[in-house]
Design a protein around this ligand. Structure first.
Ligand SMILES: C[S@@+](CC[C@H](N)C(=O)[O-])C[C@H]1O[C@@H](n2cnc3c(N)ncnc32)[C@H](O)[C@@H]1O
Length: 346
């Protein structure tokens, strides 16, 4: 190629600059995105989660409940960043195999690549872009009659919350989406535009115990909100007598309720809980980490009923919580509740 027909030079793109000492916005955190070890260590020491990563919660308690052994077949129903999966893989090898499921088509390939780079090949780890409600079908396709251990760590990952483009968080302005799989279903913005006030009030009450459900249902239903911060501002404006700090609690509850509705989270969890005993080998163990009362209530009810009927031979007595130290070092572990169950027989 002569100099005359060389392609035009690619313009140099400047890194986003940030004001002050620490970057605040997602795209400014390029050192965390790039996995700079020194920056990552500083972020973790400050009790935060580096963007693009997720810190696994209650790892020791989960490993104790599931007691993974070499040769076990394990399922991580909510693979996320793969933190729990990595810990389980270390315990089930040699001879074991882990199936990692996740509904998120954007994060799953990144996590698979990360785990492969750590040396976990296709013979020990398979990943499946699937809702965990479809676990029986995933196991059948792999010709697995039952798993030794099954983990579900419910809700959204830090990668999803922290990425403004996913529209989960009020802290970062982004399109009001909230879908774990953006290729399916309707966004939170579309839901709000179509829903009737009474139906929205019911959803706010059922999914987040929102005390101002009626008022907020009337104020928000049928309206168009393009971004997360537009919705947050409308919630605050609908509650003129509520102090700003308390307003944040209402905003968080509305966001939680919409996320649950958009992703049909309760019906997926109920289907999963119904299928769970049939997906375990006799003597197999399941552990479920929940983050709010609507999830924990369903898990407790299902575990109790199956224990009474003899389907499970053992279940966790009291709910288990993250230690004070973990809660200090990773505030996202604060609301976590862990329950486990063991299938009878075996
Ligand atoms: C809290 S994160 C899991 C983090 C993971 N344990 C780790 O160590 O990185 C929850 C993950 O579950 C996924 N998820 C939530 N509901 C799901 C469902 N019904 N089926 C499949 N995946 C789901 C989300 O996309 C997210 O990646």
């Amino acid at each position: 190629m002569s100099e005359d027909n060389l392609p035009p030079p690619v313009p140099h793109r400047r890194r986003p600059r940030y004001q002050g000492k620490n970057p605040r916005r997602f795209e400014e955190k390029y050192k965390e995105h790039g996995g700079d070890p020194e920056t990552m260590a500083k972020v973790i020491a400050a009790g935060k989660t580096p963007v693009g990563t997720h810190r696994p919660i209650m790892v020791a308690e989960i490993l104790e409940a599931l007691a993974p052994q070499p040769g076990d077949i394990a399922v991580d129903c909510t693979l996320g960043y793969g933190g729990h999966a990595q810990e389980m893989l270390a315990k089930i090898l040699p001879g074991g195999k882990l199936l990692g499921l996740d509904a998120d088509p954007m994060e799953l390939p990144k996590t698979e690549a990360r785990l492969r780079a750590l040396g976990f090949g296709a013979e020990v780890l398979t990943t499946h872009r699937s809702n965990f409600a479809g676990l029986p079908q995933v196991l059948a396709a792999q010709e697995i009659a039952g798993a030794d251990l099954i983990l579900a760590d419910l809700g959204v990952s830090s990668m999803q919350i922290d990425d403004p483009a996913r529209g989960f968080s009020v802290k970062h302005n982004g399109p009001l989406d909230m879908r774990m799989n953006p290729q399916r279903g309707q966004s939170a913005a579309a839901l709000l535009e179509k829903i009737e006030p009474d139906a929205l009030a019911g959803l706010l009450l059922e999914n987040a115990d929102e005390p101002k459900a009626l008022l907020l249902g009337a104020a928000l239903a049928g309206k168009s909100f393009a971004t997360t911060q537009e919705l947050a501002a409308a919630i605050q404006a609908a509650l003129p007598h509520v102090a700003k700090a308390d307003g944040q609690l209402h905003i968080r509850r509305v966001f939680q309720a919409l996320r649950i509705a958009v992703n049909d989270e309760f019906s997926a969890l109920e289907t999963f809980l119904r299928n769970l005993p049939g997906c375990l080998k006799p003597g197999g163990r399941a552990a479920i980490l929940t983050f709010h009362s609507g999830e924990d209530r369903r898990v407790k009810k299902s575990f109790d009923a199956n224990f009474r009927s003899g389907v499970y031979s053992e279940i966790s007595g009291e709910v288990l919580r993250a230690t004070a130290e973990e809660q200090r070092s990773n505030p996202r572990s604060g609301p976590a509740k862990l329950r486990w169950a063991r299938r009878a027989g075996g």
